[in-house]
Every structure is written in C-alpha cells, then in structure tokens.
Design a protein around this ligand. Structure first.
Ligand code: AP5
Length: 211
C-alpha cells in the first residue's frame, strides 16, 4: 500500500508517519529526513538542498524525483511506503504517478492532515528534533537527549519565525494545489482534523485506511 501524507509544516505528518509505518509494517519515506541526512553528510545532493531548506523554500523537483525514484524502486518499499511530505508540487505528483505506473504500482491513498496556522506556529516554535534519528519533541530543550536513540536534540533552522512564515506561504501556493490534482484524478483525498491529541489523530488515520 502506498500512502501519501499531505499537510502544512507542523501538521504532524512525521509523527503520524512513524506510527502508521509501525502499525502497517511498511517503511516511512520522509524526503525532509533524507535531505537533512544529505546535508549532514555533506553530499552533493545535500549541498544543493541546504540553502532552499534553511529559507523554507522547496528543493527543486528534479532532486525530489531522484530521491523518489531511488526509494520506490528499492526492495525496502516492495510492500509499500508511507510518503511523508514527499509530494509537494503538482510536477512531483505527476512524476511519482508516472514512475509508479512503470513498475505496476500506484498511490493507494492520500491523507491530508488539517491544522490551523496558530496551532502550527505554536508547535514549530516549541519543537526540538533528534539530530540523529529525527524524532520530534515538544517542550524539550535543545542539548538534551533523545529518548529513542540517545542523540542530541536540536532546533531546526527552518523552525525560526521567518522560515516558518515562508514555509506556510510555500505550502499554500505550491503544495495545496496537489490536493486538487489528486481530486481531479478521482483519488479520494481523506481530510483528517489533526488538531487533536496524537493518539486520536492516529486512530482517525487508521479508520480512514480501514485498519
Ligand atoms: P520536512 O522535514 O518534511 O518539513 P515540513 O513538511 O515543513 O514538516 P515538519 O517536519 O515541519 O512537520 P510535520 O508535519 O512532519 O510535523 P511533526 O510530526 O514534526 O521538510 C523540510 C524541508 O525539506 C522543506 O521545507 C523543503 O525545503 C525540503 N523538502 C522536503 N520534502 C520536499 C519535497 N517533496 N519537495 C521539495 N522540498 C522538500 O510535528 C511538529 C511538532 O508538533 C512536533 O514537535 C510534534 O511533537 C508536535 N505534534 C505532532 N502532532 C501533534 C498533535 N497531534 N498535537 C500536538 N502536537 C503535535
């Protein structure tokens, strides 16, 4: 099963992707995590992506489609994948559809996590993430340890107020049209109210998936 998660920055895509991946037994593919690892490792892809990410702009479609091509043809995604933030423009949705068709697959479900802007800003301004495993935390200080892997918690550069404002605008102008694109192709986009406790949002997502 291939599931695309859509939603604005801070909507909880990463949090829910981890839970759905564990529950459904398929991997989470988060392009943001892949790109941050590339930046950390100083690869060519990371060097190309860094300035876009720091400003809160989208990394070029060609880079994202390259990542998707690698992961969707890898044995790790044979049974499916939860695509977390991996489709953020109409050309990305088109490119993913084409590459999946070539290997006899398709997107099975699109989940859209809906949260209002005030709550998103609140979540992102109090978030720290593990620099090793990327687990997000609320209300835990930078420099403290990740309870999952022992890595150090840091603030993301794109969680600074200017970058957050830009990410919300980028979402509205470049990613929101993806919702209509899937709708036009008779793909049922399930809108989930994600301004609720984490367990409740997971339950809503599983219900939509019939699990
Ligand atoms: P990415 O890392 O994907 O960032 P994002 O989409 O902006 O999403 P976030 O990680 O900020 O939020 P989230 O929705 O995952 O929420 P989370 O679970 O962390 O991408 C970063 C950058 O990479 C992009 O800006 C772009 O430059 C580039 N990029 C990546 N993919 C790309 C693509 N396809 N095309 C082009 N460029 C791309 O939760 C947020 C906080 O809220 C956490 O602290 C969490 O603990 C808390 N929280 C979660 N759920 C709840 C809840 N229900 N109630 C209360 N708090 C909650």
């Amino acid at each position: 099963m291939i599931i695309v998660l859509l939603g604005p920055p801070g909507a909880g895509k990463g949090t829910q992707a981890d839970r759905l991946a564990a529950r459904l037994g398929i991997p989470k593919i988060a392009t943001g995590d892949v790109l941050r690892a590339a930046v950390r490792d100083g690869t060519r892809r990371g060097l190309e992506a860094k300035s876009y990410m720091d400003r809160g702009d989208l990394v070029p479609d060609s880079v994202i489609l390259g990542i998707l091509q690698e992961v969707m043809t890898s044995p790790a995604t044979k049974k499916g994948a939860i695509l977390d933030g991996a489709v953020r423009t109409v050309p990305q949705a088109e490119g993913l559809g084409t590459m999946l068709a070539e290997i006899g697959k398709k997107v099975d479900k699109v989940l859209l996590f809906d949260v209002d802007d005030d709550e998103l800003v609140k979540r992102l301004s109090t978030r720290t993430v593990c620099e090793r495993c990327q687990t997000p935390y609320t209300g835990r200080d930078p420099g403290t340890s990740c309870t999952k892997c022992g890595g150090t918690l840091v603030r993301r550069k794109d969680d600074e107020p200017d970058a957050v404002r830009n990410r919300l605008e980028v979402y509205r102008t470049q990613t929101a049209p993806v919702i209509g694109w899937y709708g036009d192709r008779k793909m049922n986009v399930a809108r989930i109210d994600a301004d609720a406790p984490v367990d409740e949002v997971t339950a809503r997502a599983l219900q939509v998936l019939g699990k």
